[in-house]
Design a protein. Structure first.
Length: 166
């Protein structure tokens, strides 16, 4: 499965390497596929700091080190939530860039009532760069959604990096 993401991951790696910048990743409904895609690139340590799958409150607390009050009134799978997560993973991992995905892959009921097939991605970078993207597949097919969310997140990350080029 990861072969299909390697080409775009390689382009992302080149953009980050040419600027000497690094990224941290918070996967949600993508289940680690964003990170895994970036790690298909040989020498990923030169641009990838780390990350994790945020799939529960416990993992969220461990990866972001933010107080509960930070999330008060927020819902997962929203643009605000994805942007907050991207900032938190970037800052906590001391990276230049952060990307976070939050969504509902489907075929089971999301605890917060998010519709299956919805994903929000946040990307933050140096100089106040912050962008978000919503993907809605209108599907309940879990694996297809995970793949679609990952592809859209990687494409959006590449687009954001290109637009931020000096």
């Amino acid at each position: 499965m990861l072969e299909e993401y390697n080409e775009i991951a390689t382009r992302i790696a080149e953009l980050l390497r040419e600027r000497g910048e690094k990224i941290a990743v918070a996967d949600g409904a993508t289940g680690g596929l964003i990170s895994a895609s970036l790690l298909t690139v040989p020498g990923a340590l030169s641009f990838y700091v780390g990350g994790g799958v945020v799939y529960s409150k416990a993992s969220r607390d461990a990866l972001y080190a933010l107080g509960e009050e930070t999330f008060a009134g927020m819902r997962s799978a929203t643009e605000d939530y994805a942007a907050l997560q991207a900032r938190a993973i970037r800052d906590n991992f001391r990276a230049d860039w952060g990307i976070a995905e939050s969504g509902a892959a489907g075929s089971s009921k999301h605890p917060m009532g998010v519709a299956s097939g919805r994903s929000c991605v946040g990307v933050v970078g140096p100089g106040g760069i912050e962008a978000t993207l919503v993907t809605e597949t209108d599907s309940d097919v879990r694996i297809d959604n995970m793949k679609a969310f990952t592809r859209r997140a990687l494409e959006f990350l590449e687009k954001t990096l290109l637009e931020a080029r000096p």
